[in-house]
Design a protein around this ligand. Structure first.
Ligand code: NQM
Length: 359
């Protein structure tokens, strides 16, 4: 057995992942990805011989390094590992694992904590955009405890405030990558948007659904899965992403009028598995669509007053996001996006990968 690899396991928002310093991993991408797959236990539906949790939301890796840029503290590369497939993708970002990056950077000594709270400027390598994470560090030590609750996580924890910059066109190069506010694919009106995550927004009714179905019912609907796949394959081309059959983006979010007092009700496919809630940047992108005149969902949403967070309902609760859109110049532009998450250190130590000779 090898000497193992230094690794911290953290819950970031409603996801869980393995956090590494880049310097603790092999420098070559092939060797790094091979090691990470063996550490997580992929490919295997149960990831039984690794530390992955047999779900895309718990088969995630964050690779963190000091930044050479003067306006940024650390670089964060997100890697989505397949569960049943031996895939490692850097084509999407993860706003949930992002919540753990600031605390991890302090824990590993990359950033010196302030006496009460610390703000860490993080370059999200996948999208070449920046997020500032602010979290409590009383006495210069990360405090994970607090009274902020987020849907999908039991109990409460310390808030991590995430402010995004430059998320427009994160993977597609433009906020409206097809050039249109609305397109029609397979007869279904959609809005294809990228404000941190490429997302295809469609009305649930456009697919013959109410939008309030539970996750199990949606997951069991084979015909729906095929329709979602057809939508995203065509949308992927229109969005300039090429053939997206083997990638985790774009996501598809189905929207319906809110029924719990929020702005909208959502059901999201990542890319075909039904999300238990909704991703952070996926929610930021969906909220952006709702604000846009003419976009799918705009007429279905109950929009809050400017400056008030928008509450996105999902299968296990709500996610509140703040997006400010500027449509004054004719072309929509993002003024600000932010969100509050929590994170928690679950373990810190050495992880041992299964030997490399196995498939
Ligand atoms: O959208 C799931 C998640 C995510 C990604 C996904 C995410 C985001 O819930 O920023 O956080 O969309 O694959 O962690």
């Amino acid at each position: 057995m090898s000497g193992g690899t230094r690794c911290m396991v953290m819950r970031g928002g409603t996801s869980k992942g393995a956090y590494f310093l880049a310097g603790d991993l092999p420098p070559g991408t092939r060797e790094r990805d091979d090691l990470l797959l063996r550490i997580m236990g992929s490919p295997d539906p149960r990831q039984i011989d690794g530390i992955g949790g047999a779900d895309p939301l718990t088969s995630k890796v964050a690779v963190v390094s000091p930044s050479g840029r003067t306006d940024v503290d650390v670089e964060y590369l997100f890697l989505q590992l397949g569960v049943e497939e031996a895939t490692v993708s850097d084509r999407q970002n993860c706003g949930n694992l992002l919540a753990g990056i600031g605390p991890f950077a302090v824990e590993r000594g990359l950033v010196t904590a302030g006496p009460e709270r610390t703000s860490v400027r993080i370059r999200m390598v996948n999208s070449d955009s920046v997020a500032t994470a602010t979290f409590p560090t009383p006495g210069g030590v990360v405090d994970y405890d607090g009274d902020t609750a987020i849907s999908g996580v039991p109990g409460t924890a310390a808030p991590v405030v995430l402010d995004f910059e430059g998320t427009e066109g994160s993977a597609c190069g433009a906020l409206l990558p097809t050039g249109n506010v609305r397109d029609v694919i397979d007869g279904v009106p959609v809005t294809c948007l990228d404000n941190g995550m490429p997302v295809v927004v469609a009305a649930a009714s456009g697919l013959g659904l109410t939008g309030y179905e539970d996750v199990a019912a949606l997951a069991a609907d084979e015909a729906l899965r095929e329709r979602v796949q057809s939508l995203r394959l065509q949308a992927g081309r229109l969005m300039g992403l090429g053939d997206v059959s083997g990638t985790s983006v774009p996501k598809t979010t189905l929207v319906a009028p809110a029924r719990e007092g929020g702005a909208i009700c959502t059901r999201t496919f990542i890319p075909l598995r039904v999300h238990a809630s909704i991703g952070v940047l996926g929610a930021v992108t969906t909220a952006t669509a709702l604000l846009m005149e003419g976009a799918v969902g705009h007429d279905l949403a109950t929009l809050p007053d400017p400056g008030v967070p928008m509450s996105i309902e999902h299968p296990t609760g709500r996610l509140d996001v703040q997006v400010e859109l500027d449509e004054s110049a004719g072309r929509p532009a993002i003024r600000r996006s932010s969100i509050v998450r929590t994170a928690r250190k679950l373990s810190d130590g050495t992880v041992f990968a299964r030997p490399g000779s196995q498939p």
